[in-house]
Design a protein. Structure first.
Length: 318
């Protein structure tokens, strides 16, 4: 069966559901059903892409689904695990859960124990970014990474505190900052040793507002990080090799600074789906293609739980 003949259901009708539907439409997949509670947003999405709408709670709709080639879960974070459990219970075998999967590592581990031969992955689309894939190639050509530094300052004044459940904001490091943290550790390997310092306080994020730390990865790469949510800054990653330094600042771009130079040179890379949110299309194709080109970029429940465990240390979550 060709990719275009595959059947897909998207659970949720919010922003990320729209992004996935845009990617599915661009790929050429037309057998798509969208489940959502909001009749207004559901109608807008399905009319735009000519997809079938199911205006029901996911709890009821999942029970009635036939087996799909892919189930994409884009509900609010507290509903991701319950929706995935229902999808497993009612016979779905290929499931993609929107990041971070859960705010708690233990919930991801428990879900992993429930599955048998089914495939469940967590949707870290940034790990499919074309510039990140290009960086993997460049650092390999240079002989490997010497060191890494990353930043994940959040612009807290821009956060919409009416959008999500309060539990999401109390673990905002996992809900949001983990996007950049996951990219950094996918580049250099998970921490073998890590020292974490957190200070400051926010009314909605009791564990701190300033996060500084360092360590060494399992690949033997020294790293450091910092973020100050009470000041200015941004997301970014910088790695060094024996020949160059490379920057992902912003995360969607790539720059190179040769040794003995202070000039940052833009690095060209191919974008196969330039008008789609980066990494989404590639991630869908990886889920629908057995042992496909990008399947190694997918994040298993076990790896996602490890990302959460590291974030719990970095942010001081108990």
């Amino acid at each position: 069966m060709t990719i275009k003949k595959k059947s897909v259901v998207v659970i949720g009708s919010g922003f990320m559901a729209n992004q996935y539907c845009s990617a599915l439409f661009k790929i050429g997949i037309s057998d798509v059903e969208v489940i959502g509670r909001s009749q207004k947003s559901l109608k807008l999405i399905c009319k735009k892409f000519n997809f079938k709408s199911i205006n029901q709670n996911y709890e009821d709709a999942i029970k009635l689904l036939s087996e799909k080639d892919l189930v994409i879960i884009t509900t609010p974070i507290p509903d991701l695990i319950p929706a995935a459990k229902l999808a497993l219970k009612y016979g779905q075998k290929n499931i993609l859960i929107e990041k971070p999967g859960s705010l708690y590592a233990a919930q991801l581990q428990n879900l992993d124990k429930l599955k048998k031969s089914q495939k469940i992955f967590v949707a870290y689309n940034r790990l499919f970014y074309p510039n990140l894939q290009k960086l993997f190639q460049l650092v390999k050509k240079d002989g490997g990474i010497n060191s890494c530094h990353f930043t994940f300052t959040e612009w807290v004044d821009k956060i919409d505190f009416k959008k999500y459940h309060p539990s999401v904001y109390s673990r905002w490091g996992i809900a949001n900052s983990l996007h950049v943290i996951s990219m950094a550790f996918r580049l250099m390997g998970m921490p073998k040793k890590i020292t974490c310092i957190h200070s400051g306080n926010l009314s909605w994020h009791k564990s701190g507002s300033i996060f500084v730390g360092s360590g060494i990865s399992k690949k033997g790469i020294p790293f450091s990080y910092n973020a100050d949510w009470s000041s200015s800054g941004r997301w970014g990653i910088e790695v060094t090799t024996k020949k160059n330094a490379y920057r992902l600042v912003p995360l969607e771009q790539l720059y190179r600074c040769p040794r003995n130079s202070t000039t940052w040179i833009p690095v060209k890379f191919d974008k196969k789906y330039p008008k789609i949110k980066e990494g989404i299309s590639e991630q869908i194709l990886a889920m629908l293609t057995k042992n496909g080109k990008n399947s190694s970029n997918l994040v298993s429940l076990r790896e996602a739980s490890t990302f959460n465990q590291v974030a719990e240390k970095i942010f001081g979550y108990s």
